[in-house]
Every structure is written in C-alpha cells, then in structure tokens.
Write a protein that binds this ligand. Structure first.
Ligand SMILES: [Zn+2]
Length: 303
C-alpha cells in the first residue's frame, strides 16, 4: 500500500502503521460512554436529516461496546480515550466514576475525566487526578458554560500545574454555542498559559484563530477529529493556506477520530490525515508520538 494514499478500509490500517513505521495509532478523541448516554447521543444524531429523510450523520459503528473495542484493537489503535462530558451540573462526578472503571477494565483506554462549573469541581478533579486520570474533556457547545467561570479557576490552575491535557471542544462547529469560538478559551489561556489544551476538531470552523493560539502557546495542540474528511470538507473545509503552519508544527497536531460516532469508516480519518501530504515524519508525530507524549503512555500500556 502506498503511504501517500492512506488506508481505504479499516482492515488496511495496520498496514498503514507498518508503512510509516509506528507500532499503532494513538487516538486522543474517542467516545466510550455509559450505554444510556451513548444511545441519547446516537438519538440526537438521528434527528438531523436531509430533506429526503436520509440521515446527515449516519453513525458507522452503532454496535455493542465489546464489538466497538474489538474494532479499534483490530485496527491496531493501541491507545484511545473515553471522552465523556456533562450538559448540566451534578453529572461529571458520575461520568468520572464510569470512566475510571472503564479504564481499569480496558488498559488500552486512557483514564479520562471531565468537569462542569460547579462548587464541587475542584474536589472531584483533584480526586480524578489522584486516581490516575490522564486526560480531561470539556465540551463548550453541549455544556453551554463559560470557561472563564470563576468556579473553574482552581480547575484550570490544577490542570496547568499537573500538565494533564484537556481536550476542548471550543470551536463553533458543527453548531455554535453561547461560549464557543476562540475568545473564551483564549482568555483561559491568557490566565493559565501553561495549560496543556488540545483543541478538538482543529478548532473548526475558527481554524485560523485556534491555530494562532497554538502558535502563541507552546502547550496548545489541535486534534484532527473529523477534520480533513470528505464530510467536513463538504461543510467547513480546513483552509489550504494554513497547511504550511501545520507542516511547521508537527508536535502540535494529534490524531483524533470521534469513533464510534462517525459517518464514515475509521480508515477514512486516517486517510484524511495522510492525504494532506505532509510526509511520514509528520504522520509519525501526529498518529503516535504526540499522543504517547501527551497521554504519558508507558511501556506497560503500549505494544
Ligand atoms: Zn467528540
């Protein structure tokens, strides 16, 4: 298989790994959730329809948890996450309990956690870190909260001090929220410049503004989730004139997919990154090395 074209089918992903010289893929942006929540998420996607009634976003991996885990492992996705996020107060701690258990049962799933602006947040974030959480997730569109909320000050400070990354859905795509867009998160970074932030979806559609933040702050990264795919190219394409900036910062882009809630085969996200044409060294950094570094993966968890 020519590396330049990328894998066309899921079964070819291991051959892609061999061709570029990585043991597997580290995917910083996947979703494993309590079943009830996952079904709600799928139900929401089902409501979005084209004029002819066909789904805009048909979920490609609508299967039971065991089958979904097996699919990732067959493709040699050697580390992934269980990004959960609350849409109201009083939920985060329960989600964190679930994610801690899930990671304990599945050592290739990186222990993930989340939070919401509420008085208990700093306490349960501290507890999650103590229990070994290695990545956090915030979803500003679903959560509809201001990341500058003073209740989150101790949380941002704690995450900046520990260097544990936080995947932030902060861009206004596919749907804007009251606190999406670059300004609110830029203010957080201004206050906590050491924060290890991973801007989900390359910050789309505000690609240029979020890329600016990554250039300004050495700990700001962007995840590839859904970006560069045919689906996103059709609605919010990544501007071609920004590709040289990505090429110049291979250490700031990290592979993410949104598995299983994706409208295409997993291989297509890999292919989407490969076809940027930024070279094997760039691909090794994005698909493996950066994830290993950010998630502090050790030899015990890696092949
Ligand atoms: Zn996601």
């Amino acid at each position: 298989m020519a590396v330049s074209s990328g894998p066309r089918e899921d079964d070819s992903v291991p051959a892609f790994c061999d061709a570029v010289g990585i043991p597997g893929i580290v995917d910083i942006h996947t979703h494993f959730m309590p079943d009830r929540m996952l079904r709600k998420v799928w139900g929401w996607f089902d409501t979005v329809r084209h004029g002819d009634g066909s789904p805009v976003w048909p979920i490609a991996y609508r299967s039971d948890e065991r089958t979904r885990l097996a699919r990732l492992r067959t493709m040699r996705v050697c580390a992934f996450t269980s990004l959960n996020y609350p849409h109201k107060p009083g939920m985060a701690q329960w989600l964190n309990e679930w994610s801690a258990r899930f990671a304990a049962d599945n050592p290739d799933c990186v222990h993930s956690a989340t939070f919401f602006p509420e008085p208990e947040a700093d306490g349960y974030v501290a507890q999650a870190l103590e229990r070994g959480a290695r990545v956090f997730k915030v979803h500003l569109e679903v959560g509809r909260y201001d990341p500058r909320d003073p209740l989150l000050d101790p949380v941002w400070r704690r995450l900046a001090d520990t260097g544990v990354p936080v995947v932030c859905h902060a861009g206004s795509g596919p749907v804007p929220g009251p606190f999406t867009g670059p300004e609110p998160l830029a203010a957080v970074l201004n206050a906590y410049p050491g924060l290890v932030a991973v801007i989900a979806h390359m910050g789309g559609p505000e690609y240029a503004e979020f890329l600016q933040l990554a250039v300004r702050y050495p700990n700001v990264h962007l995840d590839t989730t859904m970006t560069f795919t045919d689906f996103t190219d059709g609605i919010q394409p990544f501007p071609e004139d920004l590709l040289p900036v990505l090429a110049a910062h291979p250490d700031r882009v990290v592979f993410g997919s949104d598995f299983p809630n994706i409208p295409h085969p997993y291989a297509h996200q890999v292919q989407a990154v490969v076809r940027l044409g930024l070279g094997d060294e760039w691909l090794r950094a994005v698909c493996y090395d950066n994830g290993v570094r950010l998630l502090r993966l050790g030899s015990s968890t890696l092949p």
